[in-house]
Design a protein around this ligand. Sequence first.
Ligand code: HGY
Ligand code: MN
Ligand code: MN
Ligand code: MN
Length: 415
Amino acid sequence: MTSNLIEGNQRTDRVTSLLSAIADVGRDSARGGYSRPVYSTAELDLRSWFIAEAIARGLDVETDRNGIMWAWWDTPSGDRSGAVVTGSHLDSVPGGGAFDGPLGVASALAAVDVLRAQGRQPDRALAIAVFPEEEGSRYGIACLGSRILTGAISLDKALALTDEDGNTFAEQSAAAGLDPRHMGPDPERLAQIGAFVELHVEQGRGLIDLGQAVAIGSSILGHGRWRLSFTGQGNHAGTTLMQDRRDPLVAAGALIGQIPSVARAHDGARATVGRLQPIPGGTNVIASRVDVWLDVRHPDDAVTAQVVAEISQRADELAREQGCAVSVREESLSPTVSFDAGLRRRLEVTLPDAPVLDTGAGHDAGILASHVPTAMLFVRNPTGVSHAHEEHVEDADAEIGAEALAAVLVSDLGL
Ligand code: HGY
Ligand code: MN
Ligand code: MN
Ligand code: MN
């Protein structure tokens, strides 16, 4: 579809050969797939891989004060204002797929190869960016790096976030070589960015059903995360009669069972509980507390709020039935974001066969879109499954994606 746009591109395995080099980094034998939390050994190894591949291409690599990596292909003048930026993330969800994040990073490196193979020299500086904690798997808030960069989260709140072991984001950032006192919004960096485009594996079936390898992104569904904490009375499993219990796990379980019907009552709503944590969590112990993390998404932010309100109402009723209490705390909220219409129309000219699709998945592009002209490209995932080991991209589609990205960087972003 796009190979006629890019002559001279003899290689057909640029992206897959890049990804094969990291295929064993962070494999999770217990869950399947990959577990690459931010600043874990696995993610730090991926950072080293990226830096090596960027240096091998003569790119000038820096890690900024927020832990975002930038690999620059400079113009002879060295002027980086109005830079064209592409990239994605390297961290993963627990048991995630091989492509969610790394495909965008590898495709950006491969796009540099494609442009070099054409003998091009950029008219504007190009940077490949890699954002930390896009999944929010370790510290609970998605796109944490791009939120800090843009000021979409207060630095104090970000630094105080803790992982399951009680380590703060400040401590882990310092352990990764950053100085938390210097982290925070970076308006100078944002002002440097003329446009941003993120290539990402499609996390659904759109391209399968349309029979195309690449799509152009139109918008990201609004989405948020809430923590519901049910509290009751911890006690002994053997000596506490059923009628004497105030078991928060019973209330939480009943709520989780009712969430699908609440969501289905609002066309297009998606509500998920993928994580819950009973405390103390013993087999012979009635829990004293249960934390339940709720993910709700919908194109209309008002519907998202309505779904959360109804779920909270049910939670309160079910908690009371068990003699328990429940608190609901919003952890993060991202409104529905539409990508820059003018830029998107230019991509549609460059990639005439590419359908335009919205996505229910959040991305750093969704955070940057409020600050710089932003676009997304999606590459076909023949399984339609993501955030699981079945996620896949065929070699040929990965190459078409890199070629499409290269074409967009040249024709739409004025590289
Ligand atoms: O949760 C998301 O939608 C993204 O994968 N972080
Ligand atoms: Mn992703
Ligand atoms: Mn993801
Ligand atoms: Mn993303």
